[in-house]
Design a protein around this ligand. Structure first.
Ligand code: HNI
Length: 147
């Protein structure tokens, strides 16, 4: 089981309590789809992903960005059982969506960049370490049902 310090718990709760899910979700997913264009293959049904402007203005991308962050919120609320919380989500990404699990880290990094840009100087190295640990645990949980 993952051990969290009080600082890590407080930091993760604090970040999510202040996060604007709509804009952070859109910005993070857009960044992922632009910087790592091969990730677009999973979102064919989202319509126009022709260039950065099209991705940024695509309502399906915006909606899905929020869905991803709401998914992360579940992990925040269940920090002592993230693996159990994401069992079904892991099966979905593995067996139905066939998402290459390497992409979890790429999207996680995009989320980190967006959060860092929003927090500015408050995104200290300690805060960054706590946030990246959280996303690493989420990624491990999402990979868990792959075989
Ligand atoms: Ni992901 C659906 C959470 C990474 C491709 N994804 C979901 C749903 C959640 C979710 C929640 C909705 C499930 C449902 O409907 O029951 N995804 C997350 C989280 C991460 C993540 C928390 C990592 C931080 N997903 C990724 C990555 C990709 C991805 C990296 C591909 C590059 N996800 C999808 C696709 C769907 C999806 C595709 C289905 C979208 C749809 O609307 O059908």
């Amino acid at each position: 089981m993952v051990v969290w310090t009080d600082f890590e718990r407080a930091t993760i709760q604090d970040i999510f309590s202040k996060l604007d899910y709509e804009s952070a979700g859109l910005n993070a997913l857009t960044r992922c789809l632009v910087v790592y264009p091969w990730t677009q293959r999973y979102f064919a049904k989202f319509g126009n992903l022709y260039n950065a402007a099209a991705i940024m203005g695509n309502p399906n991308v915006a909606a899905h960005g929020t869905v991803v962050l709401r998914g992360l919120e579940k992990a925040v609320k269940n920090m002592d059982n993230i693996k159990g919380t994401f069992t079904e989500l892991s099966v979905l990404h593995s067996e139905k969506l066939n998402v290459d699990p390497d992409n979890f880290r790429l999207l996680s990094d995009c989320i980190t960049i967006v959060v860092a840009a929003t927090m500015g100087a408050n995104f200290t190295p300690d805060v960054q370490a706590a946030f990246q640990k959280f996303l690493a645990v989420v990624t491990a949980a999402l990979r868990k049902q792959y075989h």
